[in-house]
Design a protein around this ligand. Structure first.
Ligand code: PGA
Length: 258
């Protein structure tokens, strides 16, 4: 089955020149993708620059790639200094948006705000990639109630019809970034995927959740990427650091395309 690979560039790189260089090298890598779908999520300021490339990709039907953003504000327009709406992103050619990333939750973003952002993303025609995941695991399994609460609150009042457009990214905080405490195992992801599906089917019914994509993120690298997809049965990957390391990104794409 087709997997979705999301490249989260985070707040990198620092100049337009570097961003273009990274993007052009990335397009070469993406051009080799036949089976899967790639979503590149650069910082807001580079989106407009990349729009024209994605337009060409789409027209030539060459690349299975889309443009994504890393956040949005839940109002369409108005007196919201410094904010960017889903409608503005859609107009730029953006079709996906990462919401509720743990690095944003760390700065105070709540499930309620993520919920509002999901609704406005859907209204604007964007597919939300919702990040959830616990800080730490405990033997009493409290982390499962934490995940359940995140899923339920983020998806409050979302319709069954919209559910299909949503991607859930399980990103355990303890496995993210260069300060990760340890790496998650593929089987740990698989268990959580089953758990999330159960939470979702209790809320939306089994039929409605059968098609929802649940992907893995957190220290994905060339050596574990395939394992998360095969053994872990992840529907895709959300990649941070290794999506801006060209050699590693290339290697990841090569292994999953085989
Ligand atoms: P990482 O980041 O791959 O660098 O761990 C993943 C993420 O935060 O989305």
């Amino acid at each position: 089955m087709k997997k979705i690979i999301i490249a989260n560039w985070k707040m990198n790189p620092t100049s337009q020149k570097e961003a273009e260089k990274l993007f052009s090298a990335n397009s070469k890598i993406i051009s080799t993708v036949k089976k899967n779908q790639i979503v590149i999520c650069p910082p807001f300021v580079y989106l407009a620059k990349f729009k024209k490339y994605f337009h060409t990709f789409k027209k030539s039907n060459l690349f299975k790639a889309s443009l994504g953003a890393q956040n949005l504000f839940y109002q369409e327009n108005g007196p919201f200094t410094g904010e960017i709406s889903g409608e503005m992103l859609y107009d730029l050619g953006v079709r996906y948006v990462i919401l509720g990333h743990s690095e944003r939750r760390l700065n105070g973003e709540t499930n309620e705000e993520v919920n509002k952002k999901i609704k406005s993303a859907l209204r604007a025609g964007l597919s939300p990639i919702i990040c959830i995941g616990e800080k730490e695991r405990d033997l009493n399994l409290n982390y499962l109630s934490y995940i359940k609460e995140q899923v339920e609150n983020c998806l409050k009042n979302i319709t069954k019809k919209d559910l299909i457009k949503i991607i859930i990214a399980y990103e355990p905080i303890w496995a993210i970034g260069k300060n990760a405490i340890s790496e998650a195992k593929a089987e740990e992801f698989r268990e959580i995927k089953v758990f999330i599906k159960k939470v979702l089917s209790d809320k939306f019914g089994f039929e409605a959740v059968s098609k929802i994509k649940i992907i893995y993120g957190g220290s994905v690298h060339p050596k574990n990427a395939l394992n998360f997809l095969s053994e872990g049965e992840a529907d895709g990957l959300l990649i941070g650091r290794d999506s801006i390391d060209l050699n590693k990104f290339k290697e990841i794409i090569k292994t999953i395309e085989q």
